[in-house]
Design a binder for this molecule. Structure first.
Ligand SMILES: [Zn+2]
Length: 485
């Protein structure tokens, strides 16, 4: 954002050294934005064609880069391949997205249908259809609109009075006007419009905690009088994150077929909010969390061991302290190096705890802790934490398709296993068929020969059993290959 603020200042100072009293800076910025928008709308097909663009079907292939989500803690990041179909109809208020592919040891083929009270979350691989109780067209269609210049132009048409001109910036050696677009949901977007061609070539938004997201639109072609980009690139803090290549879009075709739920899908319970909650799995053993981020806390004689690194550890600890008010956290155990499994490092560091991880992750964990002098201990293969009364065993089950090194936690006395990202357990409904990473987890459990009665994970409040674990291995995916759409 600094760059943009700098641009505003520079542009306004140099271009408008003598601002007329009646044309205030905000007014000038809005007027200039409108000039830029008029030229851009004309270049992308014209007001009329864009107004008449009511429905759109776009098939694409995607290459994803698993930034901070790869098997190793450092680049080059693992690539994944996906195929997707997006369909939108503004008059009908319908949006459809289906994405299939694999990455991180997961195979998937899933869709979202937004169609007022007939909205669904479909999992073709699991063979299930879950109603969406609170469908939100703007939020769900946002990612598709943001990668589709023609739809961004429609947004500019409707929301031009909220746009500001930020200034002029060079991109690819060409001067661009930079204007803002504030959509119904999400942070403001900065659109770079080429001063000569008036085409949208680049867009930026700042999305904490990820950082700067940059969109690049390339290879425009005209379809039914409207400009569509044939390829697209997304960069995250300057690094490749996503490459999309688009098939020729279908303009103003009916999208009704996409709203139908295939009859072979089993209708399951609606997806409901994951409210913050605490469960005592055994005496002094707490599974705490909500909103897809959970951690395990184990009470020892004179301290606590906090397990799992997802965000929200401070809130989880606060909840545990209602039960165990006076014991410090001595160890914070991280399962693996992925960006959503290290944020708790900062909370554990503040507690003065020793963070347990793998040696190759140390730099990353220090950064996540925001404290170079944080105490670290490294697991090699396995480690035992004990105080004579209670034992906690840590095992590296890596390499798995998800991560080179992956810690699972085992409480032998209580028969409890805590894992992350290897045994997905939706909070309700049937467990999905095993993905590659689940098979690796199951093989590791067999090899370690751990006796357990409960298996819990970093992303769910559901408490699984050994029978659950064996059942997912036997389940066949409802779709044969994840790539087939
Ligand atoms: Zn992970």
């Amino acid at each position: 954002m600094n760059k943009i603020l700098h641009l505003i200042t520079l542009a306004l100072l140099t271009a408008n050294g003598a601002v007329l009293a009646e044309e205030t800076l905000p007014l000038k910025s809005v007027n200039k934005a409108n000039e830029v928008i008029d030229a851009a709308l004309a270049a992308h097909g014209g007001e009329e064609n864009l107004t008449n663009l009511n429905s759109l079907v776009q098939e694409s292939t995607l290459v994803t880069y698993a930034t901070n989500q790869s098997r190793l803690p450092n680049p080059p990041w693992d690539k994944g391949k996906q195929s997707s179909t997006n369909a939108i109809d503004f008059e009908e208020g319908v949006f459809f997205n289906r994405t299939a592919g694999s990455g991180g040891g997961f195979e998937f083929d899933a869709a979202t249908v937004i169609n007022e009270e007939d909205s669904w979350q479909l999992d073709y691989r699991a063979g299930t259809a879950a109603p969406i109780s609170e469908p939100d067209l703007n939020t769900t269609a946002g990612p598709f609109i943001r990668v589709t210049p023609a739809l961004l132009m429609k947004q500019l048409q409707g929301r031009r009075q909220q746009s500001n001109w930020l200034g002029i910036a060079d991109f690819d050696g060409r001067p661009h006007d930079v204007i803002t677009l504030v959509m119904e949901v999400g942070p403001a977007l900065a659109l770079y419009i080429d001063q000569e061609s008036h085409m949208l070539t680049r867009m930026e938004r700042v999305l904490p905690p990820f950082g700067q997201v940059e969109y690049r639109f390339e290879d425009y072609t005209m379809v039914d009088g409207v400009a569509f980009n044939q390829s697209f690139k997304l960069l995250l803090n300057g690094d490749d994150n996503l490459d999309i290549s688009n098939a020729r879009p279908l303009v103003n075709v009916p999208v009704e077929q996409y709203t139908r739920v295939a009859s072979n899908l089993e209708v399951i319970d609606a997806v409901v909010p994951d409210d913050f909650n605490l469960q005592e799995l055994d005496e002094g053993v707490f599974l705490v969390g909500g909103n897809g981020a959970y951690g395990l806390f184990v009470e020892m004689q004179d301290h606590l061991v906090a397990i799992g690194g997802t965000q929200g550890a401070a809130d989880r600890l606060k909840e545990v302290r209602k039960h165990i008010p006076d014991k410090p956290v001595r160890y914070g155990v991280l399962t693996h190096h992925h960006s959503d499994h290290v944020p708790a490092s900062a909370d554990y560091a503040k507690e003065g705890a020793t963070i347990i991880t793998f040696e190759p992750n140390q730099e990353l964990v220090r950064a996540a802790a925001g404290d170079d002098s944080v105490k670290l201990a490294f697991v090699e293969d396995r480690m035992t934490l004990g105080d004579g009364e209670r034992t906690i065993e840590l095992y590296d089950i890596g390499p798995t398709p998800h991560a080179e090194q992956m810690l699972i936690v085992y409480l032998p006395e209580e028969g409890i296993i805590f894992e992350a990202d290897h045994f997905p357990q939706p909070r309700t409904g049937p467990l999905p068929p095993a993905v590659s990473t689940t098979l690796a987890f199951v093989a590791a459990l067999e090899e370690l020969d751990l006796e357990y009665s409960k298996v819990v994970g970093a992303h769910s409040s559901r408490v699984g059993t050994p029978a659950d674990v064996s059942s997912v291995v036997l389940k066949k995916p409802a779709t044969q290959s994840a790539g087939a759409l």
